[in-house]
Ligand binder design. Structure first.
Ligand SMILES: Nc1ncnc2c1ncn2[C@@H]1O[C@H](COP(=O)(O)OP(=O)(O)OP(=O)(O)O)[C@@H](O)[C@H]1O
Ligand SMILES: [Mg+2]
Length: 483
């Protein structure tokens, strides 16, 4: 006896299949491209290269054999070739999107098994439900789950199972902006280094210094390209360590520089710089104000001299044959914690601080063209602590972990620093134009700073830059076999 088929059932199956087909071949890839483009994780150049190469191949009629299947009508062939050309032109984007959708589906499938393994189940044997998985950058993604009432701590306890099961590194697990129904898991498919000991700090020439190691390799920055730097992040993230590394690398690799380091906390760590040639440590408001005042006068006189010499920057001015006297040095003003410079009620130094702030504001606006740079550390970069003009004129930004989305928004314009794993010391987001790159910043231990100091006093006595540059090379060569 044959079973009678329900025609509605067939229709439902057919509609379901059609929906799946449209969803996975069209909607999901397009959404993936959209998310990739809006987060900057889409490798646009590579996709265009693939697309243009493949569609360009049509010029050589390599598709003729294929088109013969459709007959020989020239209009039909022309149309098919047109469609094929368009598909091939976007094939790089499509290929990338299909790959991403596939990767995500694989993670989705694995999730249930991982959750069961990690005992992330409710009493009713329900496991967390997949909601969405979006890219944050080329290597970092955010997986949102409906948590089924399991506390966020349960996910943190299951961290090892999740990492091993999905073969990813977890950066952060949290409820999105306090919404306990969902759990966000930020992860990377590649492994970032958790520590980068900067043992070779020679060779960073022309006022450059390392920012950190990213998944794409080492990132460096230079005062010649970016005049001012903001180093933000909560207490203990690594701001002072980074600033100390930056100052050491600049001092050891460049002779024509003067650094003014303002640190009212009189941080023990910065005592290593005491007595450093070309470096002035400033630990009180009066002295800071006086020093900034004299830098302000230098700014004025350089503006005049550079204008007369038609020089757009320090290097141009120093190389003018008509110029007399010694070379003008690059001046870098470093502030370990800028909120210490903010006038507060009843503070006897308020007028000095107010004046110091207005000079920093001026340096931020005009320092670039005359070789006067700023490096500013800040824990809470709100309007109270950080002058908006200084912030707007500071293109180099390193942001260490912050605990709230809003704090990250203020510094970076997005929530990336709130998604960093704050347990990894020295982890930060480097803002480079429109890109936001996760980096492991270099660690230069206090011992190494002392060693650098030894070298500086030994090798950087008043000599010409060329001589000292030669010596630095000789020094690195001499030291290479020993390391
Ligand atoms: N790049 C790094 N790699 C490894 N460890 C680091 C790194 N940077 C900082 N640390 C560790 O973190 C500790 C705190 O760093 P640091 O004092 O620089 O933080 P901070 O942001 O200046 O804090 P605060 O705002 O309280 O001054 C350091 O003592 C060091 O042990
Ligand atoms: Mg500090």
């Amino acid at each position: 006896m044959s079973e009678k088929k329900n025609p509605h059932q067939d229709l439902v199956v057919m509609v379901d299949r059609l929906w799946m087909f449209v969803r996975y071949s069209l909607i999901e890839p397009i959404l993936e491209i959209y998310r990739g483009a809006s987060t900057g994780s889409l490798p646009v150049v590579a996709c265009w290269i693939v697309g243009i190469t493949l569609s360009g191949a049509l010029l050589f009629h390599i598709d003729d054999t294929l088109l013969r299947f459709f007959g020989s009508h020239p209009i039909l062939i022309g149309r098919i070739r047109g469609v094929l050309g368009i598909v091939l032109l976007f094939s790089g984007f499509l290929g990338w999107a299909f790959f991403r959708v596939g990767l995500r589906e694989r993670i989705k499938k694995k999730l249930k098994a991982v959750f069961i393994n990690a005992s992330l189940e409710t009493k009713l044997k329900e496991t967390p439900e997949f909601v969405v998985d979006v890219p944050l950058d080329e290597f970092t993604r955010k997986l949102r789950l409906r948590g089924r009432g399991l506390p966020v701590q349960a996910y943190k306890d299951a961290r090892n199972y999740i990492e091993a099961g999905l073969n990813v590194s977890l950066a952060k697990i949290e409820n999105p902006s306090g919404n306990r129904e969902y759990v966000d898991i930020v992860y990377t498919t590649e492994k970032m280094p958790d520590l980068w000991l900067l043992d070779n700090f020679l060779g960073y020439k022309d006022f450059s210094f390392p920012i950190g190691l990213s998944l794409r390799g080492e990132i460096t920055a230079s005062f010649k390209v970016l005049p001012h730097f903001l180093i933000a992040g909560e207490s203990g993230g690594g701001k002072s360590t980074f600033i100390r590394m930056l100052v050491t690398v600049i001092l050891i690799n460049n002779q024509d520089v003067e650094i003014y380091f303002i640190d009212f906390k009189r941080g023990m760590e910065n005592q290593v710089f005491e007595g450093f040639d070309r470096m002035t440590l400033i630990d009180d408001a009066k002295e800071a104000c006086a020093k900034l005042q004299s830098i302000n006068s230098i700014l004025d006189s350089r503006m005049k001299a550079f204008r007369n010499a038609k020089a757009r920057n320090l290097e141009m001015y120093n190389s003018r044959p008509s110029r007399k006297g010694p070379k003008e040095k690059r001046i870098i003003v470093v502030v370990d914690e800028v909120s210490e410079m903010v006038p507060t009620m009843g503070n006897p130094n308020n007028s000095d601080l107010g004046h110091a702030n207005s000079i920093m504001n001026r340096i931020a606006r005009m320092g670039r063209a005359v070789g006067i740079n700023l490096v500013i550390g800040v824990q809470k970069p709100d309007a109270k602590n950080l002058d908006t003009v200084i912030k707007a004129n500071t293109p180099g930004v390193v942001c260490f972990p912050v605990s709230h989305f809003n704090q990250s928004m203020v510094v970076l314009g997005n929530g990336r620093a709130a998604e960093l794993n704050s347990e990894i010391k020295g982890r930060a987001i480097w803002k480079q134009g429109a890109d936001f790159i996760e980096v492991q910043t270099p660690l230069l231990t206090e011992k190494e700073v002392y060693e650098a100091r030894e070298r500086i006093t030994k090798y950087w006595e008043p000599r010409t830059s060329r001589e000292t540059a030669k010596e630095t090379n000789a020094l690195s060569e001499k030291e290479a076999p020993a390391s």
